[in-house]
Design a protein around this ligand. Structure first.
Ligand SMILES: Nc1ncnc2c1ncn2[C@@H]1O[C@H](COP(=O)(O)OP(=O)(O)OP(=O)(O)O)[C@@H](O)[C@H]1O
Length: 566
């Protein structure tokens, strides 16, 4: 197999100004849009065009190693990886070699890149070897993971990071942002040689996501050794590692790269168990979350501890509110902004649908109807707004004999990890959760996301539904709403419009928000008081009601007797 054929499958920009077929970054056609009608969605046959335009994975079916092995097939990625590691010095010129190529490439994936002295994007992973003397073992690991073509965010963010630029990057959910920041980071750490001490830090808002990033880093750095045959030392800052660092069982100089949630990191830094002063690369994943009111103090404290004058900072997310832009202006030096697609849009591989349920009881009816009518195709993730509600729905669906479990902040880390693993392996079909799993977590084959409760913001909506339609796959997202949600549903309708769905005229008018409404939404005042989800079977409920009525009647009789006596 010709390695170049595979590696150069990325963008194929012809010099006559047309995009080549192999790149398949298809033409734009804004008029072909998805339809939403009064609470239902109709996908037009020809809307595939729009989907294709932002189809970062060229709708290629991603076949896993296990799938191949099960089918008794030989894995071609292994051959390619072997070839990469033996590549000679003679390399063809980079795929993207002029400003004109870059303009065409960016146009093809609706990329907007702003900043001073912008480097060219890469058109294929092979460009990394020709332009940046990239470590071939790193590239070989990349291909073994079946990453043969860079996604748009990877085309843009990787060269910027390698040139040492501060970056704010916004690209759709499931479009490969993780590799976009890990890959150049690993290369930069390798370039620093086997110098001791922590060089890179990746911050994530949740433990699940931190763990996932750690796994991805480990895969990509597999069998890479620095000078004197020392492996790259990468760690997830777990509870036990923090304890070992605090008790000096392990030297804090041991690690090259650490992945952590903010509080755990601050804790070890405050205890002088980890020194961040030499950190050269600081990456905030889900940056808008890390700089919102819940985390901002922690993020600031981490920034203050990273004192290297050469510190390079990057922020990644699928949503970039204006508040994050302000942070970027205040902490970054000559930053570059990368926006792929639309800032407020969801991934185009997701078919979005609104379902009006009338009231809270109507939601349970709707979910049961979906199960009966075959619309509930596992794996399914269901989001609710609180722990109490998530638990209540869990018990309700257990009663329906559904293969279901629930994750929320009150479950232990071991429980959370076990459930996630069972969901990943297909042992568990339906996962109920709060927003703890709304961001970043990469479950590849999720078919359906149900927002049992309307999410709190447009951003929360984009991230929640982004748990489906990942890595080029298609997915569905259904949002239940009731008459109580008239305010909360408006930002969701706007996201649907930005994502290419055609909105019925009456909904368009309905979704318009006054300044006061926007303020109220920001302050969370649109949250309705929701009636509890019933966890009690009807027979039991009936008996309870009868008992309550009997108690009530007896009370009344007693009151009447008392009145008559007095
Ligand atoms: N170049 C590539 N080719 C094929 N698959 C890829 C490539 N890059 C990433 N992927 C796969 O795409 C999926 C989504 O990637 P990732 O988790 O990085 O998304 P993301 O953009 O960070 O999403 P989110 O905003 O939800 O965090 C993953 O399963 C990843 O392995």
């Amino acid at each position: 197999m010709d390695i170049f054929q595979v590696l150069t499958r990325g963008a194929n920009v012809k010099k006559n100004g047309k995009l080549g077929a192999s790149g398949d970054f298809s033409k734009s056609n804004g008029s072909q849009r998805k339809q939403i009608q009064a609470g239902s969605t109709r996908k037009e046959d020809d809307n595939k065009q729009l989907t294709k335009e932002l189809d970062f994975f060229r709708n290629k079916k991603v076949v896993s190693k296990t799938e191949n092995a099960q089918a008794g097939k030989h894995d071609p990625a292994e051959d390619i990886a072997a070839e990469v590691s033996t590549l000679g010095d003679e390399m063809p010129p980079p795929k993207i070699s002029s400003a004109h190529d870059a303009v065409l490439l960016r146009k093809s994936y609706k990329g907007n890149v702003t900043g001073q002295d912008l480097p060219l994007p890469i058109g294929s992973f092979e460009d990394l070897i020709t332009r940046f003397q990239f470590d071939k073992r790193l590239l070989s690991n990349l291909i073994e993971s079946h990453f043969t073509e860079p996604t748009p965010i990877q085309c843009e963010a990787i060269p910027l990071a390698l040139e040492g630029r501060d970056v704010l990057a916004c690209a759709p959910t499931g479009s490969g942002k993780t590799v976009a920041f890990i890959l150049p980071l690993l290369q930069q750490i390798i370039s620093l040689g086997d110098k001791e001490g922590l060089k890179g830090l990746i911050i994530s808002p949740t433990k699940e996501l931190a763990n996932q990033i750690f796994v991805e880093c480990s895969k990509l750095s597999h069998k890479i050794y620095l000078a004197r045959k020392r492996p790259l030392n990468i760690a997830l800052l777990s509870k036990s590692l923090s304890a070992k660092l605090r008790n000096k069982v392990i030297s804090d100089k041991k690690y090259d790269l650490i992945i952590s949630t903010p509080l755990r990191l601050i804790d070890v830094v405050k205890n002088e168990a980890l020194d961040l002063s030499d950190v050269k690369h600081l990456i905030f994943d889900e940056a808008d979350k890390l700089f919102d009111s819940t985390f901002v103090e922690q993020a600031d404290s981490i920034l203050a501890s990273c004192q290297d004058s050469q510190l390079r900072k990057s922020m990644f997310s699928a949503t970039v509110p204006s508040s994050l832009e302000e942070v970027v202006n205040s902490i970054m030096l000559d930053p570059v902004r990368i926006i792929i697609g639309h800032k407020e849009a969801a991934n185009v591989n997701i078919e979005q649908k609104l379902v009006y349920c009338g009231n809270e009881e109507g939601k349970l009816v709707a979910i049961r109807q979906m199960i009966q009518e075959g619309g509930f195709k596992p794996p399914v993730i269901i989001f609710l707004e609180s722990i109490t509600r998530a638990k209540a729905l869990f018990h309700e669906l257990l009663y329906d004999n559904l293969n279901v479990d629930v994750i929320h902040a009150e479950r232990t880390q071991v429980q959370r990890n076990t459930i996630i693993e069972r969901f990943r392996t297909g042992e568990l079909w339906c996962l109920i959760c709060t927003d703890v799993l709304a961001r970043g977590v990469d479950f590849k084959g999720v078919n359906l996301v149900i927002n049992y409760d309307v999410p709190r913001s447009a951003q929360a909506y984009v991230h929640r539904i982004g748990r489906t339609g990942r890595g080029g796959r298609e997915g569905k997202a259904v949002t239940f709403y009731t008459k109580q949600d008239d305010m909360a549903i408006k930002p969701i309708i706007n996201v649907m419009r930005q994502s290419g769905f055609e909105i019925a005229e009456w909904m368009e008018k309905f979704a318009k928000m006054t300044k006061r409404e926007k303020e109220a939404l920001k302050k969370g005042k649109s949250r309705p008081e929701r009636k509890q989800i019933s966890t009690v079977p009807n027979v039991v409920k009936k008996k309870r009601r009868q008992r309550e009525q009997m108690v009530e009647a007896s009370k009344k009789r007693k009151e009447q007797d008392d009145e008559e006596r007095s």
